[in-house]
Design a binder for this molecule. Structure first.
Ligand SMILES: [Zn+2]
Length: 596
């Protein structure tokens, strides 16, 4: 049995060779390589080199070398399939096996790519020469995207017709199922093959090795089509979360400069190239994902975001900090004048693009700046408020030294004693872990949830350590919990006031009721009840689980549920159940999107 090619590449893209090797060999970073003692021959000096960008290892002592699968084969003494399986399990990827073997998949992939290649060329020629493409050419010329630019990026035009492309490809001998599989055509209601893209400027999307896998199609001004951009669907050759538009053109410069610029749109990427900054890529209609970061890390360690990264707020920030640590990358943000995007600037002021990248600020600096800049600092109250807001942002960062340095900067800017803010940064405030659940039921245990909110206000320390977001099935108490959790980060602030200041009207109403509610119950028993309800709720929807490890975990959760009733066992059981809940929640909904 063979594993299908597509899955092998998914596994390869999902694992970091440095992480894998580090399970067996202690590595230290030396320049762009990671170096350690070779596991395949006895040595005292480190000849064993691993490089993330190329995803390969090499020993200069014994000449052992290869990719991540070869490494597992050699060190575990297993065959190729077993090596892929081992790494797939590690990456949480389910493999598909084909009896026909690798070869057939490779052949199929070649056919799909060849069909895309023919389509790219056909759309491109259509744009350059066809009379019906004149409005498209005019549109592109106005934006500086005609001529050589159109040729370099192989821009195209999909005519305003039902099936011109499909017919052309069929005439070239491309079967209908291939056209379906790459998303270029579909079968309409009358059973005829119809083009997926119509009356659009076409931006072909390539893999980093230059294979065309998808298209982004943009309407022309004046079109009645409400969708400005239409993109290819995910196919056997196109995965949005791991495709970066422009990486094929950018990668040499990215490696050379050790920096990659991430934009939002195709025209932004082209704008950077036109302005002489040839290391820009774009996500294809999705937010930046962890998989994107994992791919980019293979090429560069500095990532400059050329879009409004702050709009997504706190969740995005935490994700960026996590990725910075996990993938050893530095994330910075480029700012553009007057809300212009890079595509516009390339026309009006190309030098400003390069300058914005040169002046990119670290992500935290960018966020702090946004809080502090332009705020009135006339009264002591103004200064205290700005300092408090800035500290909320600063305290999202996991590194205490980074927090203290920024706290010092803020203190100087708002005119407060450095020592005070530095102390806030050092402590950061204990807050319960906040996770985002994927599904929410309404109306369950609302009363217990209200009591929990009340107790958070009465005696935070007694109940907060036992609560996570997933315990709140009702929407408003859940948001109230999140508001309080966020407020608890602001050292020295009154919990209720800080939460009220930031909360929406529904949450404010609930908080105000909770603040005067007369409850006299044991905080821990309320928490344990909520945990029990939440665990039963999650267990009830976990049907059809086949993974033995998951079955075992669920069985243990059921045992722990019983222990909740025993006051001696309950604290330990609760800990375990909270962890179980948190893990289930991450798996169900832990999407990596930032802008959603
Ligand atoms: Zn060696």
């Amino acid at each position: 049995m063979a594993i299908i090619e597509e899955d092998i590449e998914r596994v390869r893209a999902a694992v970091s060779i440095v992480d894998v090797v580090q399970q067996y060999v202690a590595l230290r970073k030396t320049g762009r390589n990671w170096v350690g003692l070779c596991p395949f021959h006895a040595e005292k000096s480190g000849s064993f080199n691993v490089r993330e960008e190329t995803a390969r290892y090499k020993c200069f002592g014994c000449q052992a070398g290869g990719d991540v699968f070869k490494f597992i084969q050699e060190i575990e003494h297993v065959d190729f399939v077993a090596a892929v399986e081992k790494l797939a399990a590690r990456a949480g990827i389910t493999l598909t096996y084909s009896s026909g073997g690798e070869n057939q998949d490779r052949q199929r992939r070649k056919k799909l790519i060849a069909a895309m290649e023919t389509a790219v060329e056909w759309y491109h020629q259509r744009l350059l020469t066809s009379s019906d493409a004149r409005p498209a050419r005019d549109y592109l010329r106005e934006r500086g995207l005609a001529g050589d630019v159109a040729r370099q990026f192989r821009l195209g035009y999909a005519p305003d017709d039902w099936d011109l492309l499909s017919r052309h490809l069929r005439d070239q001998g491309v079967p209908a199922d291939i056209l379906h599989d790459v998303g270029l055509s579909f079968t309409n209601k009358s059973g005829r093959l119809q083009d997926s893209f119509r009356a659009r400027v076409m931006f072909p999307i390539f893999t980093d090795t230059g294979e065309p896998v998808a298209f982004g199609g943009r309407i022309l001004p004046g079109s009645s089509d409400p969708a400005k951009y239409k993109n290819s669907p995910e196919t056997k050759i196109y995965f949005k979360s791991k495709t970066l538009y422009g990486l094929n053109w950018a990668k040499n410069d990215v490696v050379k400069v050790d920096q990659v610029i991430v934009c939002e749109g195709y025209t932004d990427v082209i704008g950077f190239h036109r302005s002489g900054v040839t290391r820009a890529v774009a996500t294809c209609g999705t937010a930046l994902t962890e998989e994107h970061v994992r791919i980019l890390k293979r090429f560069a360690s500095r990532v400059v975001l050329a879009f409004d990264a702050d709009a997504a707020g706190q969740g995005a920030a935490e994700k960026f900090y996590e990725w910075e640590k996990k993938y050893q990358v530095q994330v910075a943000v480029a700012r553009f004048p007057d809300g212009k995007d890079p595509g516009d600037l390339a026309n009006s002021d190309p030098e400003a693009l390069a300058k914005a990248v040169d002046d990119a600020m670290p992500f935290l600096g960018f966020r702090v700046n946004r809080v502090v800049t332009g705020k009135p600092l006339r009264s002591p109250e103004d200064r205290a408020r700005v300092a408090e807001q800035a500290m909320t942002v600063i305290n999202e960062h996991p590194d205490v030294n980074v927090r203290k340095l920024y706290a010092g900067e803020v203190a100087t800017r708002v005119g407060l004693p450095v020592a005070d803010l530095s102390r806030m940064a050092e402590k950061r405030g204990q807050r319960p872990e906040v996770r985002v659940a994927s599904t929410r039921e309404v109306g369950v245990a609302e009363n217990a949830e209200f009591v929990a909110v009340t107790l958070l206000l009465q005696s935070w320390d007694d109940i907060a350590p036992w609560l996570i977001e997933d315990l709140f099935a009702s929407e408003v108490p859940r948001r109230a919990f999140l508001a309080l959790a966020a407020a608890s980060q602001v050292e020295g602030a009154n919990l209720l006031n800080a939460a009220l200041a930031a909360a929406d009207p529904e949450v404010c109403e609930l908080l105000e009721r909770a603040a005067v509610a007369d409850v006299d119950v044991n905080a821990m028993s309320v928490a344990f009840d909520l945990i029990g309800v939440a665990v039963r709720r999650v267990l009830a929807r976990r049907t059809g689980i086949t993974d033995p490890e998951e079955i075992r975990a669920d069985r243990e959760a059921r045992v722990r549920l019983e222990e909740l009733d025993d006051s001696r066992l309950a604290p330990v059981a609760s800990e375990a159940l909270l962890m179980w809940l948190a893990e289930r929640s991450t798996r169900a909904g832990g999407g990596g999107d930032i802008r959603d």
